[in-house]
Design a binder for this molecule. Structure first.
Ligand SMILES: [Zn+2]
Length: 459
């Protein structure tokens, strides 16, 4: 079945045609690791997880790169205020980010490159922009990208260039740079940066935020790749600037499909600390909501619609999940080898058509609940119906969340898991690792969390 997605660049829903058949290379703007990520950030990460799972569900092999921004004004300010080196400061929030990702059942990206490990690549890319005449060093010693040199600038945000130039001329002289639209590729060191600096041909300093994504995506995905995602607030100027840098340097198209998810509001209002409606994932977990319930709310709404995150939505999610659990648990208890009823395939077809059509999760959940309704009404004992729930859940990730996913583990794998749990309790890490390899050889992947081991079947 053909996958179709809304492309922010063309403003149309288009069929996905991977550059290399059978594979998709995708890049996602990741967190700035200066604090705990909030629920609005996680809306974007949950959307990207859903996209990734949908691509895999369609049989595509996905290379997914998500960057970690570990040097910018906020990380530097935070580390100086805390009186710890930048690397130690960001390490705390990198670790927290991965804990949060796991709590929401978000699949790990293929690579998480950190900006500070790729400064050499960014310097090389800025050098190329100099060679091609797009970069200049201003009197403030910082290096800027000259927007005026790029006739395509504004194509993602659909900017009106004639209007832009007029507004630019008026306020020009307040800035060291030639044009207010110009953005920093390299920021010259100043006192506020403390000991955070790298040497470059333009003097000591640090890379700008935008160059980070252009340099790291090229390194891991090549000069042209299939999909770039982010929250709608990344579209301009960040993604526009990524395109400008990358296409100026290579002369090639940077990305085929741009996908953005809409804003999240809390109780109908923009999230803000002063309104008291600002929540990190941890805040919600502390209030007794589970990662599974929060994930349900995040993936339930269509990604291009604004999402109003309210406690009533979490309560609804809890009830909906209880309904799914009752149905699936009862079916698992009575399941046997029986032909699948017709409604199972119909529900799966409706589900597949929905997710393939620009991730239409409201329709996909409707197909799931139709399956629940028919399963309950018919009293079917068919194991094949359970398989349909499992297939749907490879995309949604809300049904067999965490431990429930282990229900179908074969006895010999369970024995290995039990032995491994005992080895871990005895702090025998060598034995634990040996057993993990043995479990992997049997076709299962084991992960450790604070609730113990979870296993998933390798596909
Ligand atoms: Zn980015």
């Amino acid at each position: 079945m053909q996958l179709k997605f809304y492309n922010s660049l063309t403003r149309r829903v288009e069929p996905l045609e991977p550059l290399v058949p059978g594979t998709v290379r995708m890049y996602t703007c990741g967190p700035t690791v200066y604090n705990f990520a909030h629920i609005g950030n996680f809306r974007a990460y949950a959307f990207e997880d859903l996209l990734r799972r949908t691509l895999e569900y369609a049989g595509l092999e996905v290379t997914h790169v998500m960057n970690l921004t570990d040097v910018d004004d906020k990380t530097i300010r935070g580390s100086r205020a805390a009186g710890v080196p930048l690397r130690d400061y960001t390490a705390t929030y990198k670790k927290a980010f991965f804990e949060d990702v796991d709590a929401l059942g978000i699949e790990r990206a293929t690579v998480y490159p950190a900006a500070t490990d790729h400064v050499a690549e960014m310097i090389a890319l800025i050098g190329k922009l100099f060679e091609k005449g797009y970069a200049y060093q201003a009197p403030d010693k910082s290096v800027y990208f000259s927007v005026a040199k790029d006739p395509d600038y504004g194509k993602l945000a659909h900017l009106d260039r004639s209007g832009m130039r007029a507004s630019v001329r008026i306020s020009n002289d307040e800035y060291a740079k030639d044009d207010v639209g110009d953005f920093a590729l390299w920021k010259a060191w100043d006192e506020a940066d403390g000991d955070v600096k790298w040497d470059s041909p333009w003097g000591p300093g640090r890379p700008g935020w935008h160059i980070e994504c252009s340099a790291m995506s090229a390194k891991y995905l090549g000069e042209t790749f299939d999909i770039h995602t982010g929250g709608i607030d990344n579209l301009f100027p960040h993604h526009e600037n990524e395109i400008a840098q990358a296409e100026a340097a290579t002369g090639k198209e940077f990305v085929k499909t741009w996908m953005h998810c809409a804003h999240l509001r809390v109780n109908g209002e923009k999230m803000s600390k002063s309104l008291g409606n600002f929540f990190t994932l941890r805040d919600l977990l502390d209030k007794g909501w589970t990662g599974r319930e929060i994930r349900y709310v995040l993936v339930n709404a269509h990604y291009r619609q604004g999402l109003n995150f309210a406690f009533s939505a979490l309560e609804d999610a809890r009830k909906s999940l209880e309904r799914i659990d009752r149905c699936v648990d009862a079916l698992a208890a009575r399941a046997k080898d029986e032909p699948a009823p017709a409604f199972a395939q119909e529900a799966l077809d409706a589900f597949t058509a929905a997710v393939n059509d620009d991730l239409n999760t409201p329709k996909a959940f409707a197909a799931l609940f139709e399956l629940v309704r028919q399963t309950n009404a018919s009293g079917t004992c068919s194991k094949a119906v359970l398989d349909v729930f499992r297939k749907m859940d490879t995309v949604l990730g809300v049904i067999f969340f965490g431990k429930a996913a282990q229900a179908e583990v074969p006895a010999e794998v369970q024995a290995l898991l039990d032995a491994r749990a005992a080895a871990r309790a005895a702090k025998n890490w060598a034995e634990s690792d040996r057993l993990r390899d043995e479990i992997a050889a049997a076709g299962w992947a084991v992960k450790d969390s604070k609730d113990g081991q979870t296993v998933t079947k390798k596909t």
